[in-house]
Design a protein around this ligand. Structure first.
Ligand code: EPZ
Length: 442
């Protein structure tokens, strides 16, 4: 079941965590893979789809376009986009609920030569332009108009392969341009392409369906236009950021946890920084063991960057850990203009942090104190869960709908390793408890 994000989490901090938990399929792969399915004139069997709201919303958009979606089992879907209608009316509000809705533009443009979608939403990190996407579509031969909250793309004379140099290795632009180029005439080359694991996963999925996408995982991706994608089966890779979040969480609380169903090589950009901070991390092949018993967290400097750099989507979680460290740490955000909104929340818990536009200076305070706080976006919400579990007392965390956009079954997963986290919902006079972690793992 996908939770609907109502209510708050009540988090009792202080427990060390022990046991095992499993990581779900990658959210940022899943949304690209769902868009890939839109380009296929056949059946797509997609497994290991994470049970999160962003996936559910994108699937709703597909259904409104006329796709048939069968749920075969947990995370196991059959998607049939043979009869989708690019001109079907979609609730504008659905597009605004997630960032990845912009992939609908690339997918429909690539398959039908025209598309109209509403401007995407997603986490608020300051300006989030889509000019690289638009320039890529135009280079392929489309005309793009933006107005009234809508984006229209038309390729009256069809799309033709070309060489596109991205100003920055944008994940979204790389994926969107690939989607548009699948059926383009000839060869499209994207230079300075993003190299994140989900780019590789998305390309592998397209290739399993019959596309010819080569070089994903390097900064130069070649797309040879094909006439048809026939469908097929694909299993989404484990979520690098979900795994990193749980690893960081155990690093914060202390304990000994095996995080299963991961690809350790995707995690090196995160685990190497945590090792530097004194956390023991052991590669078990398809799992990692995380231990921190007794030893304090060491200060560190962190600078985010495109893969294989330190992921911006782990910045709030690791910055939260650094509030517990000895000494002063510097966290520099280079990907997004504004990704420190969560700092106010940590300050409510006693953290000592000052920020300018790009850098947070964190003076470790050893322990945090529980407070009433709120998630300000998806990953900062996860960071606040970490803060709550590491704090003295009971933290009430509001705006949890942000968290449930990207973390499936979070209460059950945390309950399995002994965290004390409960969902509560505001009622007129009191707080009603809906489920405890013990019930949710039963
Ligand atoms: C993806 O966003 C992820 N979202 C984000 O994860 C992640 O933070 C980001 O990549 C960076 O890794 C999905 O995959 C759905 P970008 P995306 O295009 O594709 C600038 C999460 O928490 N830029 O790589 O939107 C942009 O402003 C989410 O799961 C332009 O200037 O990110 C930013 O500074 C949050 N013009 C930089 O590039 C453009 O046309 C990187 O953005 C596009 C981007």
């Amino acid at each position: 079941m996908i939770l609907d994000g109502y209510g708050k989490y009540s988090i009792i901090g202080g427990n060390r965590l022990y046991g095992e938990l499993s990581i779900s399929g990658a959210k940022n792969s899943a949304v690209a893979v769902i868009a890939a399915a839109m380009t296929v004139n056949g059946l797509c069997h997609i497994d290991n789809m994470p049970q999160v709201r962003d996936v559910e919303i994108l699937l709703q958009i597909l259904q409104q376009l006329g796709a048939e979606i069968d749920v075969i089992g947990d995370g196991d879907y059959m998607i049939d986009c043979r009869n989708i209608d690019p001109d079907a009316a979609i609730d504008q509000e659905l597009y605004g609920q997630l960032r990845a809705s912009y992939y609908v533009l690339g997918a429909l443009l690539g398959r039908f030569g025209h598309a109209r979608v509403a401007m995407p939403g997603g986490c608020d990190f300051g300006t989030r332009p889509i000019d690289y996407h638009i320039k890529g579509f135009e280079a392929l031969g489309a005309e793009v108009d933006i107005g009234g909250g809508w984006i229209d793309a038309n390729a009256v004379d069809g799309l033709r392969g070309t060489r596109i140099l991205l100003d920055y290795p944008s994940v979204g632009a790389t994926i969107n341009i690939i989607l548009a180029a699948i059926y383009a005439e000839g060869l499209t080359i994207i230079e300075n392409a993003a190299m994140e694991p989900h780019i590789v996963d998305f390309a592998n999925c397209l290739n399993a369906m019959g596309a010819e996408v080569r070089g994903a995982g390097t900064n130069s991706i070649r797309i040879y236009g094909v006439n048809e994608l026939r469908g097929g089966s694909y299993t989404i890779v484990p979520d690098q950021i979900e795994a990193g979040t749980y690893i960081a969480l155990v690093a914060g609380t202390g304990g000994d946890v095996i995080v299963r169903d991961v690809i350790p090589r995707h995690l090196v950009c995160i685990t190497s920084k945590l090792s530097e901070m004194g956390v023991e991390i052991e590669d078990l092949g398809d799992a990692v063991r995380v231990r921190r018993e007794g030893r304090p967290i060491r200060r560190a400097n962190v600078m985010t960057g495109p893969y294989p750099g330190f992921p911006t989507d782990m910045q709030p979680q690791v910055a939260t850990l650094l509030t517990l460290a000895r000494g002063t740490s510097f966290v520099t955000e280079t990907v997004w203009d504004s990704r420190f909104q969560y700092v106010d929340q940590l300050q409510r818990m006693g953290a000592k942090i000052t920020t300018d536009a790009r850098t947070a200076v964190i003076e470790g305070v050893g322990r945090l104190k529980a407070a009433s706080i709120a998630a300000t976006d998806l990953r900062s919400g996860a960071a606040m869960v970490i803060a709550g579990l590491c704090a003295d007392g009971t933290t009430l965390l509001d705006n949890i709908w942000h968290i449930e956009r990207g973390y499936g079954n979070i209460i059950a997963k945390l309950g399995e390793i002994g965290a004390d986290i409960t969902r509560v919902v505001d009622a007129p006079r009191n707080l009603i408890e809906l489920r405890t972690h013990r019930e949710s793992v039963a």
